[in-house]
Ligand binder design. Structure first.
Ligand code: MOS
Length: 691
């Protein structure tokens, strides 16, 4: 067991500590910091998907009054490290995808920069390109590992033989679309160089990530880079890794010493420069006996990556852990295309990777004439099938049962095509899961002065509630009222914090704060004097060797479909989650409901349409890339079980930022089948597919 924190503030629904600053507009976002003197950058983007810049005419741009610099690969400062092709900005004439930066104009005003950028003339030697993911014609390869470092393939027994011999077989291909992270706050940076080094105000999920990447890229000590980000207007993973615009801001600032150079991606630029979720093609095989017990489970995934940089989404991961099956195989294969670089988007791996298997389970339930909840319960493993370890806690069955009660599943007629008031109405269920991740190194300091404990850690709050819940954890670890705790986060001037990714923030930063509080109390007890200070670093959790640690959930959806037009609406979503102790019900509910809404959006609306001829996403703005609005999500309810897990961390908490999106699209697709009798295996579920 990990030594638990005695809970007082943890578990209460404390109002967000940053709420007032946010609603009054006084919380500064990246490019709202009042720095001076400023300069404004606007980029020039490649118009071809693959090739070489052969000529550039910048004279007209340079002649515009107010232009300070026009940067190209010929005159831009050199970077020390160009090994990451996404970040090697303006270092060579090579073009790896449409939309890549090929030049940048810096000017006294943003409008001047934008106008002048439009005057830069670029000629290309265009090369043959491939921007279309096609499992039959694309050249596929096996990556060395999948994100972040899981095995590419797993094999247990002879699943092909077991599948061929199975009394009931489901063999289908499922597809998820290409999706783009669209946080409200665009990706943005202010960069400034002086004799001390580089300072960046950046919109990021990890100031220390940005610091280490910029230090490496520019070849300077990390101590000479300061990154500041107290508030983030969303990220969903796209701000968890450094993208080219941050390097471009720092590069331009280096060419203009003393200036704060501002780069803000436009919404359209975000569709090629800030990462996205790869489309996936999932060949799923389920073999079972007539009672629904799985004898074979196969999940073979094909995805795309960029030819200039590999990202291998771990979509086969959840199939490794979800269900007991006598034989199992998972594989990942990639096509390296001339497209923008894919990256993290909320629950990379688990989110797309639970679509195929959870729809296949619904198909198996129909084939076995079994309730889909009962089918899942029959295939509960007593240990993690992948690692062979027991689960530290696994309450999938509890979530399914409580969800069924709350949703009103029991009076469901399993036959499809029930008509109510002119709509076809159906309901569906799917499971969700997300691992309890831990990254090393997070460190916190606690300092006492003026009857307050100030906790400092370079953590990030992307709207998740970290400002608030880290204070609650500190208060309980210090055994003081939360009002006596002041938080400082989002600055590399504070101790190291791992990235806000993999739903690991609370585990990692909370664990560091608990360690610091214990050091503080053992040194000063209950009566510290002014200036008392202690530091603590997240310890290794030895329990991780003995237990498989995952959160689980059950998603229920009710959909309505117009029989004449195929118009589909999700009337209700209901999720029940088992995620350890909930640190703050208010902020937690927001995470679950947000994730579920994003899953609904993935199921019905979002779809990045890549034109293979141009290599560009053609619906690259919020007018054409529809994200679920309030009218699309009339009822989204999240509940959780009171789960006590003494092994995961001192708080007993599991990550909650991502699990809400996992399984949602499968629940909607399963409900769409129940409503219409049409099995849609390709997202998004649009009207045409239901007719
Ligand atoms: Mo999350 S996509 O790991 O930020």
């Amino acid at each position: 067991m990990t030594e638990p924190v005695t809970v007082r503030s943890i578990g209460t629904d404390l109002v967000r500590r940053d709420a007032w600053a946010k609603v009054t507009g006084t919380a500064p976002y990246a490019v709202e910091h009042p720095v001076r003197p400023r300069a404004y950058l606007y980029p020039v983007q490649a118009t071809v998907p693959r090739g070489t810049v052969t000529a550039m005419d910048t004279a007209a741009a340079e002649a515009v009054d107010g232009v300070l610099a026009v940067l190209t690969h010929r005159n831009a400062p050199r970077l020390a490290d160009t090994s990451d092709a996404e970040l090697a900005v303006l270092q060579s004439p090579a073009v790896g995808f449409a939309g890549q930066f090929v030049a940048a104009v810096v000017a006294e005003h943003p409008e001047i920069a934008r106008q002048a950028a439009g005057l830069v003339r670029v000629e290309y030697d265009r090369m043959a390109h491939d921007a279309q993911l096609d499992p039959d014609s694309s050249e596929l390869y096996a990556p060395d590992s999948v994100n972040p470092s899981y095995p590419t393939d797993t094999l247990d027994g002879d699943p092909d033989a077991a599948l061929a011999a199975a009394a009931v077989q489901v063999r289908q291909t499922y597809r998820t679309a290409m999706y783009h992270n669209n946080p409200m706050e665009p990706h943005a940076s202010y960069a400034h160089w002086d004799s001390d080094g580089l300072t960046v105000y950046d919109s990021t999920q990890g100031v220390h990530v940005v610091r280490s990447v910029l230090a490496r890229t520019f070849g300077i000590d990390a101590e000479r880079v300061r990154v500041i980000c107290p508030y983030v207007g969303g990220g969903f993973g796209s701000k968890g890794t450094v993208h080219a615009h941050a390097v471009l801001a720092a590069l331009a600032a280096r060419a203009l010493p003393g200036r704060w150079v501002r780069v803000v991606l436009t919404r359209q630029q975000m569709f090629c420069l800030a990462g996205y979720r790869t489309p996936t093609i999932q060949r799923v095989g389920l073999g079972a006996d007539r009672s629904g017990r799985l004898t074979a489970l196969t999940m073979d995934v094909v995805e795309q990556t960029s030819r200039i940089k590999e990202f291998a989404e771990q979509s086969g991961m959840p199939a490794r852990t979800m269900y007991a099956a006598g034989t199992r195989r998972t594989t990942h294969r990639l096509a390296a295309l001339d497209v923008p670089v894919p990256s993290w988007m909320r629950a990379p791996g688990e989110c797309p990777g639970m679509f195929g298997p959870e729809v296949a389970m619904d198909e198996l339930a129909v084939a076995c004439d079994l309730d889909p909840i009962e089918l899942r319960i029959r295939n509960e493993p007593d240990r993690d099938p992948d690692s062979g370890l027991p689960f530290s806690s696994r309450n999938l069955v509890g979530c399914l049962r409580e969800g069924a009660d709350r949703f009103g599943w029991h009076d469901r007629d399993p036959r499809p095509r029930r008509m109510v008031d002119g709509w076809l109405v159906g309901s569906g269920v799917a499971a969700s899961t997300y691992p309890v991740n831990q990254m090393p190194g997070a460190t916190a300091t606690i300092r006492y002065a003026d009857e307050h404990y100030t906790v400092s850690i370079g953590a990030a709050d992307l709207g998740t509630g970290a400002w608030t819940i880290l204070g609650q954890i500190a208060a309980d670890a210090l055994q003081v009222p939360v009002e006596q705790v002041r938080m400082r986060i989002g600055d590399t001037a504070f101790p190291y914090a791992s990235v806000a990714g993999g739903s690991s923030g609370t585990t990692c930063w909370g664990g560091a704060i608990v360690a610091a509080a214990r050091a503080f109390r053992s040194r000063y007890g209950d009566r510290p004097g002014d200036g008392a200070e202690a530091e603590g670093t997240l310890p290794d959790n030895p329990e991780r060797k003995h237990w498989a640690m995952h959160a689980f959930g059950a998603q229920f959806a009710e959909v309505r479909v117009r029989p004449d037009s195929g118009e589909i609406r999700v009337a209700r979503l209901l999720g029940v989650f088992a995620c350890g102790r909930i640190v703050n019900p208010r902020t937690a509910r927001s995470q679950f409901v947000g994730g579920m809404t994003m899953g609904l959006s993935m199921a019905l609306h979002e779809d990045s349409v890549l034109d293979p001829r141009s290599g560009r996403v053609v619906n690259h703005d919020l007018a054409q890339y529809h994200i679920a609005s309030c009218a699309d999500a009339p009822s989204v309810q999240a509940y959780w079980l009171d789960e006590h897990d003494p092994y995961v961390n001192p708080m007993g908490s599991k990550g909650i930022g991502e699990i809400g999106i996992v399984g949602t699209a499968a629940a909607v697709a399963n409900a769409a089948w129940h409503a219409t009798g049409v099995r849609v295996r390709e997202l998004p579920i649009t009207c045409d597919k239901l007719l």
